[in-house]
Design a protein around this ligand. Structure first.
Ligand code: ZN
Ligand code: ZN
Length: 250
């Protein structure tokens, strides 16, 4: 299984770095995991749209979903569009939110492009030759963390956007490589946390027993090197910084 970073910026895209999006890929399966702004273009560097097995969005924040709007046009009109609706695993209400933005004609068009699966209703699915499982995480809105297993081995966990704690530990349990966000530089005692700091990302990776941490969605005030050093202070394994174009074989 390969993990390719399509974008890692937060909470908006930067020159040469789209916002949140990843490609989880095997020889026969391609999952677009989070559809942040700029990631649809990057996705097409890696695969033909017809080879997209499924789209998964962790929560509805725009830095993880806004490219779904133009993906709708791509899935309907691109030369290499799939010949069937693509499964979209999303929090409840995603399709209605898209329809509100895209206008009345999308009411009939959206079901031709996307086959929506409500993340609140199940906890796992077979997607191509992968088993995907998910569980709710703490982010101040409906949000989910995921694992991806092949041949019974849990090779990847993804935090989505999440505060540290038991919920995300449960969501990532057993994954050998974890992709965890570090969307805040420091927790404010006056506000409930909705993101990890780099130290907390390291601690979550350690808590779930991962061997490798891919740190992503790093708050813009933290340099990459600082993020790595801070995560290493709480995690003894390998720490990799997510950047557009990075591919890791799991
Ligand atoms: Zn978010
Ligand atoms: Zn985010």
């Amino acid at each position: 299984m390969d993990l390719t970073v399509l974008g890692s910026a937060t909470p908006y895209p930067r020159p040469d770095e789209p916002a949140s999006g990843y490609l989880v890929q095997t020889g026969t399966t391609a999952i677009w995991l989070d559809a942040g702004p700029g990631t649809l273009a990057e996705l097409q560097r890696a695969i033909a749209l017809r080879d997209l097995t499924a789209i998964v969005v962790s929560h509805q924040h725009a830095d993880h979903t806004s490219d779904l709007l133009t993906a709708y046009y791509a899935l309907r009109f691109a030369e290499d569009r799939p010949d069937r609706p693509v499964p979209l695993y999303a929090p409840r209400g995603m399709l209605e939110a898209m329809a509100a933005f895209l206008g009345p004609s999308s009411r009939t068009g959206l079901p031709q492009a996307l086959d929506v699966r409500d993340l609140a209703e199940e906890r796992s699915a077979i997607v191509g030759d992968l088993e995907m499982a998910w569980a709710p995480v703490e982010h101040g809105m409906p949000a989910f963390g995921f694992t991806f297993a092949q041949h019974g081995e849990v090779l990847l966990g993804y935090s989505g956007d999440s505060a540290p704690g038991p919920a995300v530990d449960t969501a990532l349990a057993g994954a050998t490589t974890v992709l965890i966000e570090a969307g805040t530089a420091a927790q404010l005692p006056t506000e409930p946390s909705v993101h990890h700091t780099p130290e907390e990302a390291g601690a979550t990776a350690a808590a779930v027993g991962a061997a490798r941490l891919v740190l992503t969605h790093i708050d813009g005030s933290i340099t990459q090197e600082d993020a790595r050093v801070r995560a290493r202070s709480t995690f003894p394994g390998e720490v990799i910084i997510a950047r557009r174009g990075l591919t890791i074989t799991l």
